[in-house]
Design a protein around this ligand. Sequence first.
Ligand code: ADP
Ligand code: MG
Ligand code: MG
Length: 467
Amino acid sequence: MMNADQVKELAEVAKDAALLHGVLMRTQETPMSSELVSYAPFTLFPTPVPKAVFHQALAVQTFYNTLVDKISQDSEFLQEALASTIAVDDFTARLFKIHQMILKEGKSQDIVLGLNRSDYMLDQGGDGTSSLKQIEINTIAASFGGLSSRTPDVHRLVLTVAGRKEESQQILDNNPAAGLARGIAKAWELYGAPRAVVMFLVEESQRNIFDHRFVENELWKRGMRTIRKRFDHVSKTGFLDKEKRLFVDGQEVAVVYFRNGYMPQNYISEQAWDARLLMERSLAVKCPDINTHLAGTKKVQQVLAKPGVLERFLPDHPEAVQQIRATFAGLYTLDMGAEGDKNIAMALATPDRFVLKPQREGGGNNIYGTEICQVLEAVKESSERTAYILMDKIQPTPQQNYLLRRDAPLKISDCLSELGVFGTYVRQGTHMVMNECVGHLLRTKSSEHQDGGVAAGVAVLDNPLLI
Ligand code: ADP
Ligand code: MG
Ligand code: MG
């Protein structure tokens, strides 16, 4: 056991190691410049994760890639699955409208690039075992592939300094940044215009720019050029030529990599929506395209859990169906009708067993505990309830750790972790050119917080220590 002074000293070592290795974030005060930066929040120690479930999560990733890609190609399914949602959720409805316009006009690009992250928690069983349960899959702007490529060295150093050299050697190498960049590079190559650029579609505030930069670095090493533009840049300077090639600031764009555009607040004006439509119509490869964006909604996740739906997408792959389904937690519709009524009654009776989720991304949007009852009581008689899905709450075993965060006191906390797995795929027409699992991410939060998210200021970066 370490005493308080030793922990404090180790935390100083850890923070400096994070700075040395590039586990960085711009500060809240100066999100627009790199003149002042700090370490990205992270745990002092890595977190034990059972080997078997870790490998299970890696092994299922290429199946998830295939599944998302198949869903994205099934417009009938998307329409059916999202019908009740778009009737009441304006944001999803707007995305869906773009999807329908593109469907009518015909897609101009048959190269598809998917960079996703499937997130899991380990549900504790009564017998001391834990099972891998998917929280969600992110098909747009899945972050921390860059910084998580650098955190292993930080924890290796911390364990070494703490006299745990042997364990330090068990921290896995991880390089999602390289794997994400490989996918982008492949799509760029297939696009076939050596002078065309990769455009990172970014937000106004760029606190997490270093996470992007690791991916950009990998592209630069290959001699590719990148530009960083916001929706307003695209609406001011963007246009399509006769062949529907996208030009922004006078440069042809081969790949649009969305690191923005996943929440309503990202579309500050009608022009932002017009810019999204312009990009979707273009010949540029979109990561994600509008279909793949919709395939990552929580409503689609809930529909996938219904009997027979996975089989629709993977009819010849029973082992893929079985492995994917094994990661599903209980997911319940709140659609109008007897089944939805029954599910609402169940949630009202035992709210602590569930999480209520709207169709939102970015952390901090879900509803828990007694608030579930308040919300459901207010919406249960109206179609408004179909904006949500209900999910079993996963109960991981808490682990003690120190969360290192700027301006926060150093104290031991009961923590819960969430494991993310990065997937990259590229398809051209009917041919899957690339389909890989490219790395992992462990995020840890204090168990006082129900919801997560590093960007939301709750979770911090971590590493699994396989046991
Ligand atoms: P978002 O797209 O906003 O990240 P998530 O579904 O990942 O939405 O939920 C945000 C956070 O809420 C997760 O990181 C996790 O901490 C918590 N959470 C979500 N679903 C569950 C669940 N079924 N059980 C326990 N915690 C959950
Ligand atoms: Mg998400
Ligand atoms: Mg999430």
